[in-house]
Ligand binder design. Structure first.
Ligand code: SF4
Length: 426
């Protein structure tokens, strides 16, 4: 008998999908990696996406830009490689602070089959060792928006130095304040000298080897996970650190990998855990008993569903994810009681039919689908907000629950009802 979602059948769909492309990751990556520059090799559309998403002031010196492929490049009438080399030389001469340069592929660079791997090798030879040039794809043809970070970190792994040290590596670009909280909790349970990927600057990037153990902080890092395993590093499988329970289980899994007893974690985390539980309980009064439907978007869907079901009392109808990596997602799936449909990939029309039939209290989806669903009387939560807001670990657990409670409260207010009275009134 199926008792948890880990052994539930997966509904796989391959059809039209509605998601942002992987270029979006540049918005948070360029803030995290302070000496990196992201050069998108793309079109004016790509430049507009980045400019509007990042909200850059014209007088700021952003650490991303777009080398625009003009029509003559797309028609094969100009040598795009020569132009790219020229642009890179100009950029590096003007910005001597750049230590890592990422050439980021887009739909147009893919369509004309511009080989950015070879371009990165050529430019690394020319501008290294002062500047390391790497490449990854953020193209909307093949990526969803959080895959940009995964592709970026995966591109860094082969270039990391080798080590035999038995270090702990935290993998995922967290906001600095959240990363500091994680490092502080780990230090308190006895794990010091923890390294992070990505580092804030190139010289802080970690070394990796067969004795490295790594814990992911983001559930969308499937390619980075594979790249680290190829370097011999060992993955610490754990539920993701969302909510009080998720954070505690994540810390206990990391502690166990280094021979530290769970009681040490319980002792060290008692106070922040109690604060988190209290903050979650406040938002859970609105969430308890409500139903939720996740459309596949951020790849955070499975651990967030686990948090909302177990810690906030919600009922999940469908948990959709763009990709299901069992190595990454099984610990969370194993905590969700059987019942919801687990779906991978998207056929947006079929999925919207299921949303309309189920009429969930809350639907988590991309920006493009949220407004039409709101117009049909359904409350929505933008998936992208969950990536741009600090939501990991104890101190953010109450804010995470509140993010889901807010749209329900807003709709109840618009209807002039108390949020807990909605069902009774319908
Ligand atoms: S990479 Fe593709 S989907 Fe993304 S902005 Fe550029 S053209 Fe659009």
């Amino acid at each position: 008998m199926t008792t948890t979602c880990k052994s539930a059948p997966v509904l796989k769909e391959r059809g039209q999908r509605e998601v942002f492309c992987g270029l979006t990751g540049i918005i948070w990556l360029h803030r995290k990696m302070q000496d990196a520059f992201f050069l998108v090799v793309g079109s004016r559309t790509c430049a507009h996406l980045l400019q509007s998403a990042a909200g850059v002031m014209i007088f700021a010196e952003p650490r991303f830009g777009t080398a625009i492929l003009e029509e003559k490049d797309l028609a094969g009438m100009a040598d795009a490689n020569e132009e790219l080399d020229r642009e890179v030389a100009r950029l590096l001469a003007r910005r001597p602070d750049i230590r890592q340069l990422f050439l980021v592929g887009s739909c147009p660079s893919e369509v004309i089959k511009l080989d950015l791997t070879r371009a990165a090798e050529r430019l690394s030879a020319e501008h290294g060792p002062a500047v390391r040039v790497l490449n990854f794809s953020g193209s909307g043809i093949e990526t969803t928006f959080t895959q940009g970070e995964d592709a970026c970190l995966a591109s860094m792994v082969p270039a990391l130095p080798q080590t035999e040290a038995a270090d702990l590596l935290l993998v995922g670009a967290l906001p600095d304040v959240v990363e500091d909280q994680a490092l502080s909790l780990l230090a308190q349970i006895g794990l010091k000298g923890v390294r992070c990927l990505p580092g804030k600057r190139a010289e802080l990037d970690p070394a990796v080897g067969p004795n490295t153990r790594f814990a992911l902080t983001q559930p969308f890092l499937g390619d980075t996970h594979a790249a680290l395993v190829r370097r011999g590093a060992q993955h610490i499988a754990a539920p993701f650190p969302f909510g009080a329970e998720g954070t505690t289980l994540w810390l206990k899994a990391v502690a166990a990998a280094f021979g530290i007893a769970p009681e040490v974690v319980d002792q060290v985390t008692a106070a922040p855990r109690a604060r988190a539980e209290k903050a979650i309980a406040a938002a859970a009064t609105t969430l308890r008993g409500k139903s939720i439907f996740f459309l596949p978007d951020s790849q955070l869907e499975i651990p967030l569903a686990r948090f909302l079901v177990r810690e906030c009392g919600m009922t999940a109808i469908e948990i959709g994810t763009p990709y299901l990596h069992s190595d990454l997602h099984n610990p969370d799936l194993d905590l969700i009681p059987a019942g919801p449909t687990i779906s991978e990939g998207q056929d947006v029309d079929l999925q919207l039919d299921r949303v309309r039939a189920a009429r969930p209290d809350l639907t988590v989806c991309g920006l493009g689908l949220a407004n039409p669903l709101e117009a049909e009387g359904l409350s929505t939560k933008w998936a992208i907000e969950l990536v741009f807001t600090p939501v990991h670990f104890y101190e953010q657990a109450g804010d995470l629950a509140a993010l889901f409670a807010r749209p329900l409260r807003r709709r109840a207010t618009l209807r002039g009802q108390h949020p807990n009275m909605m069902e009774a009134a319908e």
